[in-house]
Ligand binder design. Structure first.
Ligand code: IMP
Ligand code: ZN
Length: 355
């Protein structure tokens, strides 16, 4: 079986996908046609092959996309498209995350925003799209204590009313802006009400103190964690705490390389954690902005770090253990993996691992 086919057909779990960062070229084109007056070109919303940007420039790209996606109708459209695109890449379980926004011009409220995402998830389900989708409500660290608290309240409301679709909170946004310390009360409240926590952490150097505070919560998963380990200016005690609590890392290779927080694929911290045998879920972060797909990220992980197909299979299967939905969903997904395995890995596991 050709490599491309193998990685496409590999059943996958996507745990770190920002909605507006995941919008594809096709959806961007539709949005541009809807809003020609904005004078936005597709090249302003994506970072192509071989291109690099500073983290600052990446955050400017999100601002452009936010101008294009500013109504309930737009959110419903992009969420539907993104879900279908992940499903076409054989992602069987997806946790989408997004920051609720209010837009005066279109009358969009934060509540409408979340409703639109939930509607997209429900509609895809009704149409029989083969993917289980959940939603993490995102806190943008830029906006401080009060907004974070409001966001948590919104997430709590929807956790109760969405039939299990809202499962957690994401902490994201420009890591060089805002203080993690200010967001602790909101994050604690979320955790106490049963929302899971996925926190972007140590995405840039010199966040040791903040990472220590956030690890005390503790989070249920870590986004990036690039600078946690001692070789990257972190510390052994941070690593020990992540390992002792067995907190999975969400690994986004292309995002980190294109955003230049990591100098090259081979220097990516995935290697450090994978060699420790620590749970790592390969993810895309922003498949639209960084022009990638989850199948491509798995293929890059394998080619960069010399993983056999058997090892890649195990990596995708272990990501199921890191999902925020309940035990019943985990079991259903494991069953799916078991059914798909013989068609994809023709050799016995022991031999496949030697390839
Ligand atoms: P949205 O929340 O659906 O609007 O997705 C875009 C947002 O996700 C950005 O404005 C950031 O707040 C966040 N985001 C996307 N990628 C990253 C990242 O690599 N680090 C931190 N935040 C990110
Ligand atoms: Zn992210």
């Amino acid at each position: 079986m050709e490599d491309d086919v193998f990685y496409k057909e590999l059943p996958k779990v996507e745990l770190h996908a920002h909605l507006n960062g995941s919008v594809s070229v096709q959806s961007i084109e539709k949005l541009i046609q809807r809003k020609p007056e904005l004078n936005i070109q597709q090249s302003m919303t994506a970072i192509g092959k071989g291109q690099r940007r500073t983290l600052d420039e990446c955050f400017e790209v999100f601002k452009v996309i936010h101008k294009l996606v500013d109504s309930q109708e737009d959110i419903l459209m992009v969420a539907t498209d993104v879900i279908n695109e992940f499903a076409a890449d054989n992602v069987k379980y997806l946790e989408l995350r997004s920051t609720p926004r209010a837009e005066k011009d279109t009358g969009l409220t934060k509540k409408n925003y979340v409703e639109a995402v939930i509607k997209a998830i429900q509609q895809c389900k009704e149409e029989g799209v083969d993917i289980d989708v959940r939603f993490l409500v995102a806190i943008d660290r830029r906006n401080g204590t009060e907004v974070a608290m409001e966001t948590v309240k919104l997430a709590e409301e929807f956790m109760l009313s969405s039939g299990g679709l809202v499962v957690g909170i994401d902490l994201s946004g420009d890591p060089t802006v805002g203080r993690g310390r200010d967001l602790l009360p909101a994050l604690e409240k979320a955790r106490n009400s049963g929302l899971k926590l996925s926190l972007h952490m140590s995405e840039v150097p010199s966040q040791r103190e903040e990472s220590e505070l956030l690890l005390n919560l503790p989070p249920d998963r870590i986004g990036h964690g690039t600078f946690l380990h001692p070789e990257m200016g972190g510390s052994q005690s941070l690593v020990d705490r992540v390992v002792d609590r067995n907190i999975p890392l969400e690994i986004c290779l292309t995002s980190n390389v294109k955003g230049q927080t990591v100098s090259s694929y081979s220097q990516h911290h995935f290697k450090y954690w994978y060699q420790l045998g620590h749970p790592c879920a390969v993810c895309t972060d922003d498949k639209g902005v960084f022009c990638t797909e989850l199948s491509q990220e798995y293929q890059l992980a394998a080619s960069t770090f010399g993983l056999s197909r058997g090892a890649v299979w195990t990596l995708s299967e272990r990501a199921v253990d890191c999902i925020f939905a309940g035990e019943d969903v985990k079991q259903q997904l494991k069953q799916k993996w078991t059914e798909i395995r013989p068609g994809l890995l023709k050799l016995p596991e022991s031999k496949e691992n030697l390839l």
